[in-house]
Design a protein around this ligand. Structure first.
Ligand SMILES: Nc1nc2c(c(=O)[nH]1)N[C@H]1C(S)=C(S)[C@@H](COP(=O)(O)OP(=O)(O)OC[C@H]3O[C@@H](n4cnc5c(=O)[nH]c(N)nc54)[C@H](O)[C@@H]3O)O[C@H]1N2
Ligand SMILES: Nc1nc2c(c(=O)[nH]1)N[C@H]1C(S)=C(S)[C@@H](COP(=O)(O)OP(=O)(O)OC[C@H]3O[C@@H](n4cnc5c(=O)[nH]c(N)nc54)[C@H](O)[C@@H]3O)O[C@H]1N2
Ligand code: SF4
Ligand SMILES: [Mo]
Length: 866
């Protein structure tokens, strides 16, 4: 009898859109992946990252056994050691000498267990999370305005809006399925789109109006808009009077003169913005890291919320201030109290709330108040105050601001435990104990997306070797620390039921988060649980705001110019994401498809500024801030404002010897939320002119090269490694694998061309030059692992009969390059993305490249001649 492989309904492990995925195991570590047509978050759609999940679920690079130092250990031994070291540290130095650094990539069950252990049983609130770097400002703004961390919108509101403002969000790249929903609304009802972002992103390029504001001037813009609406009699007097509380002096406090000058936008564009807002009452303002990751992030978010409260554009279809979450379970972490500034189940630290949590947990102790927020936590570690830390599902040695100092802190911490599914990460290098976690496809539990929708992540593959669930690891340590009963969970379902019960415990309608109707569900019901939304589609449509008087608050927020310029640092550095990579690339970096979109970390700079700084487009630049420096490939682009730069966050020590963005930001942070300002950093850039440049295509990855700049990225059959440095390029030959070698070396001119063949197949090829002239990469990348390629062609770096240059890959699903798309548009007079799709397929699968194609259509003439 042959069994038909079962299809499992699960949720995507990447962004906070929270798409439903249908996964069908195909044996071994394989699976077919499709969008779940019945999941309300995506109705069957998946972006490039979701679509190519199958390339990331193998066992390559996985941590499969507990490790103590460099030795393999048994689970008992490792867990005993963690429990005993934590207990001993607490006994000697008190509960505040230990810490937990968690992640929005943990499941709700993992997070709940970790928070309970720290706050209720160890008795310290020193548990914080990478959500501090991500959502903390939005959380703080929600609590200030609504009394509770509640997102007042749903995705449906995007379908019903007449105007959508995207503030500090590169939606087309970072929340692509929400983007596709916005596009659908524009097609269906002509929804207007305004993008507020200093950069002209692919998202901004698609907008009806792009306001390329000066960094961190959002408060001036939104206060200006609110005052203009007041002047135009557009406020909602009824809503203001009955549902909000406005302190005396509020209107004076937001007074802002000369908004256009502060924001550095054309007065005519500002007028258009005001008119669009006046004409379209159904407005959703979707905001992301351009708002949150700022030293004024909480005030920015409140400026947006003020506008919606005062104009009554909240709690109605097609309206509301919509903070979109980054990670798959950033919202779930907030629900369970995974931040050092919240308790659990949306409670704070008052005596009554602490007492309530302690009685619910029946715990021996309870944390006395808030704990250390991420930056302060690592700071305390550097100072020797935190003596044991457990890091789970996050890579702070790369992603924290001032990553160099974070590494000093980790090196200084006597006991570091890291739970990860990957064996070698920059953070793992500092661990005394490494615990192997289940990865996506193996783990089982729940996540909550941006619109408060709880979905099940379900396993469809068996756990490899000794990898175990994160919640299980926490519970086992809890038991070993003497809390056997409190952590005796037989399964994830029992953790979820307890969390559900806590949301209802002595709640009596005071907190919106209440899923206690699930507290008694059976394991079978948990297994079958369909996605559901807490708080309903529009939580504040009818119910009071969860404040003492039931009213929302308008928060006085004032624009204050930043005064952190540094001597010799005349530029501003902005940092963020690429379309097809996820954070520190531990998973998306495994996918050859996803690695095509951007082969190297670029520093994007306006062409005028490139010239002024003496840089060259395509050359290398050393980007420096007061905290560190790193080398990036220069991309000159008028999409950047002058004197501003943008670099991606993705490259780590595992993938580069340059491009290390984490070294650049400092610790400046929002005074309310403690969230670091990652997007507006004083900086400078200067040319790095290497003695030689080189690249290596290879089937097997060599040890990390020792040169000023290198980056390694996945290709279909191996790796592409870009290199630049000083000294003798001949040393590079050591990077080549064993095999039959063919070479062309001109030592005087510093030219090396060397190819390695194994069993008649091209195994590696190295090209180096002192003059900078190197052949194109993609033909060689495609030859890798292939037989019968004449050696003379390999050493020439190109085939005897030239092949058409496709240009950089735009559509990764069908491997279609920019030049192919541009010539199809020109030759066939294509005028829409659909027409391009019909002609050459590009953009017809996941759709992540549709904005890029749309932007090529009007620019086709300029590009075809360029
Ligand atoms: N492809 C991909 N998608 C992802 C992720 C990923 O790693 N890769 N990560 C996920 C996570 S965790 C997150 S948090 C989200 C982040 O999603 P986004 O917030 O959309 O992404 P970012 O690139 O960090 O930054 C957004 C934009 O803010 C702009 N910005 C900078 N300064 C300002 C300012 O002062 N004002 C305004 N208005 N805008 C400004 C930047 O130019 C940038 O284009 O993405 C999620 N989705
Ligand atoms: N300069 C700059 N820095 C930033 C940002 C920025 O815009 N600019 N953005 C910030 C933001 S918004 C975020 S969210 C952070 C993200 O930063 P990180 O959280 O550090 O990035 P990830 O690469 O997602 O790290 C997740 C780690 O968990 C592992 N992992 C994956 N799944 C599991 C699991 O189920 N269990 C366990 N135990 N491990 C798992 C992965 O292998 C990986 O090592 O970066 C922040 N840092
Ligand atoms: S938009 Fe893409 S990355 Fe985000 S959840 Fe959906 S498929 Fe995953
Ligand atoms: Mo994030």
């Amino acid at each position: 009898m042959t069994s038909v492989p079962a299809t499992v309904k699960t949720a995507c492990p990447y962004c906070g859109v929270g798409c439903g995925v249908l996964a069908t195991a195909t044996g071994g570590r394989g699976a077919t992946i499709a969008g779940d047509p019945n999941h309300p978050a995506n109705n069957g759609r998946l972006c490039s990252k979701g679509t190519h999940l199958e390339e990331t679920i193998g066992l390559e690079g996985r941590l499969l056994h507990p490790m103590i130092g460099s030795e393999r250990a048994g689970w008992h031994e490792a867990l005993d050691l963690v429990a005993s070291r934590f207990a001993a540290t607490i006994a000697e130095h008190g509960p505040d000498s230990v810490a937990f650094y968690a992640s929005g990539q943990m499941l709700t069950e993992d997070y709940y267990a970790a928070n309970k252990l720290m706050k209720g049983f160890i008795g310290t609130a020193n548990i914080d999370t990478n959500s501090r770097l991500c959502m903390a400002s939005a959380v703080a703004a929600h609590v200030r305005a609504f009394g509770e961390d509640v997102v007042p919108c749903s995705y449906e509101d995007l379908d019903q809006a007449d105007l959508i403002l995207l503030v500090g969000s590169n939606t087309a790249w970072c929340h692509p399925v929400v983007w596709q929903r916005i596009e659908a609304a524009r097609a269906a009802r002509g929804t207007k789109l305004v993008v507020i972002d200093p950069r002209r992103t692919e998202t901004a390029e698609r907008a009806d109006l792009h306001l390329a504001i000066a960094p961190d001037t959002d408060i001036a813009l939104f206060n200006g808009l609110l005052l203009e609406m007041k002047a135009r009699w557009q406020l909602d007097g009824g809503h203001l009077a009955t549902r909000t509380s406005v302190n005396d002096g509020f209107w004076e406090s937001i007074a802002t003169s000369d908004v256009a000058a502060i924001c550095d936008v054309a007065p005519a564009d500002l007028a258009t913005f005001y008119d669009l807002f006046t004409d379209h009452p159904r407005t959703v303002t979707l905001f992301s890291q351009g708002v949150n990751q700022s030293t004024s992030g909480t005030d920015k978010a409140n400026a947006i919320i003020n506008l919606h409260l005062a104009t009554g554009r909240i709690g109605k279809p097609g309206s509301g201030p919509f903070s979109i979450t980054g990670q798959p379970n950033a919202m779930g972490g907030r629900e369970v109290g995974g931040l050092a500034s919240m308790l659990a189940a949306h409670m704070g630290f008052s005596d009554a709330e602490r007492d309530r949590a302690q009685r619910f947990w029946q715990s021996p102790t309870i944390c006395p108040g808030p704990g250390l927020k991420a930056v302060d936590m690592f700071d305390a570690m550097a100072k020797g105050k935190i003596k044991a830390v457990w890091i789970m599902a996050t890579n702070p040695a790369v992603s924290m601001p001032d990553a160099r100092m974070v590494r000093v802190a980790l090196a200084n911490c006597p006991f570091v435990v890291v739970s990860d599914c990957i064996a070698d990460t920059d953070t793992q290098r500092y661990a005394q104990v490494r615990l192997p976690a289940l990865a996506w496809g193996e783990k089982d539990g729940t996540v909550t997306n941006s619109e408060r929708r709880i979905s099940r992540q379900r396993s469809f593959m068996t756990a490899p070797d000794e990898a175990r669930a994160d919640w299980w690891q926490v519970a086992e340590v809890g038991k070993r620390m003497g809390f056997s009963e409190a952590f005796a969970y037989p399964d994830a379902a029992s953790v979820f039921r307890e969390f559900a019960a806590q949301t209802g415990f002595e709640n009596a309608g005071t907190r919106v988060l209440d899923i206690s109707d699930r507290a008694t569900m059976s394991n079978a019901d948990y297994d079958d649980m369909a996605p559901f939304q807490w708080g309903g589609a529009s939580p504040f449509a009818t119910r009071d705001y969860p404040t003492a008087d039931g009213k929302a608050r308008l928060i006085p927020v004032t624009y204050v110019p930043r005064a952190d310029g540094s001597r010799g640092m005349p530029m501003r550095l902005n940092t963020g994401r690429y379309r097809d990579q996820w954070h520190t690339m531990t998973r998306t970096g495994l996918s050859p498809k996803l690695s095509q979109h951007r082969r190297e970390p670029l520093v994007e700079i306006h062409p005028d500024t490139v010239r002024r700084l003496g840089l060259t487009d395509g050359g290398l630049a050393r980007v420096a801030t007061p905290h560190g420096a790193s080398i990036f490939r220069v991309a000159a682009t008028a999409d950047q404002r002058r004197r501003e730069m943008f670099v991606p966050i993705h490259w780590s020590d595992q993938t580069s010897g340059g491009g290390r963005t984490g070294l650049l930001p400092g610790n400046d942070r929002d005074p309310v939320s403690g969230q670091p300002g990652f997007k507006n950093i004083p900086a400078t850039a200067s040319a790095y002119k290497p003695g030689w440049t080189a690249f290596l295509v290879t089937r097997t990855r060599p040890a990390a090269p020792d040169c000023a700049y290198w980056t390694a990225i996945r290709t279909a059959n191996g790796w592409l490694i870009e290199l630049a440095g000083d000294g003798d390029p001949a040393d590079l030959v050591a990077l080549l694998p064993q095999g039959e070698r063919a070479e062309m070396i001109d030592a005087r001119r510093g030219v090396i061309r060397s190819a390695v063949v194994v069993d008649g197949h091209l195994h590696a090829a190295l090209f180096a030059s002192r003059s900078g002239g190197l052949p194109p990469r993609e033909w060689l990348v495609a030859r890798l692992g292939q037989g019968n390629t004449p050696m003379i062609e390999v050493l020439a770096g190109r085939p005897a009969t030239p092949v058409a240059d496709r240009g950089p890959i735009v559509c990764v699903c069908f491997d279609i390059g920019l030049k192919t798309i541009v010539s199809a548009i020109a030759d066939q007079s294509l005028i829409s993305v659909e027409a391009v799709g019909k002609a050459i397929n590009a953009g017809t699968n996941c759709g992540s490249c549709r904005p890029a194609i749309a932007n090529l259509i009007p620019r086709q003439k300029e590009l075809a001649h360029g």
